[in-house]
Design a binder for this molecule. Sequence first.
Ligand SMILES: Nc1ncnc2c1ncn2[C@@H]1O[C@H](COP(=O)(O)OP(=O)(O)OP(=O)(O)O)[C@@H](O)[C@H]1O
Ligand SMILES: [Mg+2]
Length: 284
Amino acid sequence: MIRWLRRRHQDGMHRKPLPEVPPAPQDLRGAQAQAEAESASSAQALMDDPSEHEPVIDTSKPLLTVTGVERSFSVGGHELHVLKGIDMELFPTQLVMLKGRSGSGKTTLLNLIGGLDLPNRGEIRFKEHWIHQCSDDRRTYIRKTEIGFIFQSFALMPLLSAWENVELSLRMAGRPRSEWKARVAHCLELVGLGKRMHHRPFELSGGEQQRVAIAKAIAHKPSLLLADEPTAELDSQMGAQVMTVFRDIIRTERMTICMTTHDPTIMEVADRVFEMVDGKFINS
Ligand SMILES: Nc1ncnc2c1ncn2[C@@H]1O[C@H](COP(=O)(O)OP(=O)(O)OP(=O)(O)O)[C@@H](O)[C@H]1O
Ligand SMILES: [Mg+2]
């Protein structure tokens, strides 16, 4: 018996440890029990190559088409015309950047693409969805399941660890609990935070917080990732790290990324840059 116990202990010491699930808040207890019941081999397999079983994507068909989109706001009794006829197409696995002076309408356009706002005129088609015609509930559902958002200010839950922040987006997207453990571990590894999984935001650097935000935004496997100035609060080295992570995400997760930036060095890695001037693109 003692020999058997010793052998078990030694085996355990040589086995590559899987990431621990952090202490769960009340309503995560069932998830933790279920996640721990997962076999080590299937979790490891998912972490090794999650894209192995992904469907083939036709990169010649647009993922998103924006046609004649206009958006104006009533301010102090006046109409402020911000977007004056935007046309654009985003294709699968592209890294697309929007540039333009402050106030030119970049964030307004990202909000429309992501279904957070509606255009006054024009059409937005994302996959099979006509976003501009969808109800609030439908747009919320599409966002939760098929679109990821990254904001300049990270938008993390301050009391939750990196692990719990990423897990939250899987819960919100309604992904099966059996997927959570492997997917959270995979996303945090992908952004280079395998060793910081249980840190809370205030225990992380700005670049690390932004990488948690990226892991959180991609956890539910959206096909479109929208990022509003994701490198603006970072120094140039951390900004470059974020762009490397974006490239890795496109390669391994087959996502399309559309982001805004003011930084010309960041724009060098884009597949396509749209420049907004006076409510229109000048180079589309
Ligand atoms: N909800 C709103 N109500 C009124 N005006 C708005 C609203 N949202 C945006 N605007 C106006 O639309 C214009 C474009 O704003 P937007 O945030 O899209 O610019 P931006 O290109 O993202 O600028 P920045 O580079 O500074 O982030 C601004 O003049 C802004 O004041
Ligand atoms: Mg903006």
